[in-house]
Write a protein that binds this ligand. Sequence first.
Ligand SMILES: [Zn+2]
Length: 225
Amino acid sequence: MSEETLPYKLEIVLCPLCGNEKYSVYIEGAKDLYNNLEGEFNVVKCDNCNFAYTNPRPTRETISYFYPDSAGYYQPDEKKEVKKEKLKDRLFKSCLSRYYGYNMPKCIGLLDYFYHVFYKKKFYKKHIPHFVNKGKLIDVGCSYGKWLKQMKDFGWDVYGIEFNESAVEYAQTQLGLQNVALGSVENVPFEDAYFDVVHMSMVLEHVHDPVNVLKKVSQIMKKRE
Ligand SMILES: [Zn+2]
């Protein structure tokens, strides 16, 4: 495909971390293995700070080509949501309720006790007990809102940012997540120190200006004493 007929535009960029111009090619001709879309890209390594980044890369205005509505991460897992809750999930919620104070149904007796003992480390990794039932949380790059909905059910005041329009519409209309907005976290106005928790999963490596995103995240997050 010649450059004129490409469904996206390319730009040559300076190192997103230190602004240096010089680099060496690190990986040549990498392809999109997730959606199998057209194109081959070089990952280069900055000669100054060793940061590795795609260069040239698709522009901000055209990169949505690589994030089509059909991508797996935008597909709501509807079957799973209506399926009857498994015993494992009930035990899990009961543990969260009993040990961290989440507003969820407890199992009768101490049926969940052994589950808690065996899976304690996993619980700590996935959950944030300190602000239960009273915290403000934002998911940057929240897709269609599956994780946000779960956190809302746990008692969080939830917000989301997502740049795929269909995913935002699903989060708002199907999951009732009114505070999910279309766009990038850099451009959405939030007061400083507004959130207790900022969550990003598989996001930072996809953004055009990771340093600026992290600055914005630091600005909207409450500082802990
Ligand atoms: Zn650099």
